[in-house]
Design a protein around this ligand. Structure first.
Ligand SMILES: [Mg+2]
Length: 110
């Protein structure tokens, strides 16, 4: 593992370096519509891990794929994902939960 691998900024820097290595900015790699397609593809791979009973290691890899794409989307769209994360966590922590069809749901329940 990288030195300081636990730092979110280190992770963002690694994804930014990956984008620069392949010149994503000038080759369509930061096009948001394309990125949505890629994230959907990875979400499908995560789903297949569950529905096909694949290993926890495979599930972790597919979740990492999606997380890397999310970080890259924040880079492409120029927003601070760390700040957005903490703002949203604060809001989520203020919400209530309900049981719906045997599963918990935390929402605003408008
Ligand atoms: Mg994948």
């Amino acid at each position: 593992m990288e030195d300081d691998a636990g730092s979110f900024e280190t992770m963002v820097d690694a994804v930014r370096a990956f984008h620069q290595k392949h010149d994503f900015k000038n080759t369509g790699g930061e096009d948001l519509t394309y990125r949505i397609a890629l994230m959907t593809e990875e979400l499908g791979e995560i789903s297949a891990c569950v529905t096909k009973g694949q290993s926890r290691q495979r599930l972790a890899e597919e979740c990492a794929d999606l997380f890397i794409l999310l970080i890259g989307t924040a880079i492409a769209a120029d927003f601070d994902l760390r700040q957005a994360f903490w703002e949203k966590m604060r809001r989520l922590n203020g919400r209530t939960s309900r049981m719906i069809n045997g599963r918990i749901r935390v929402s605003e329940f408008k």
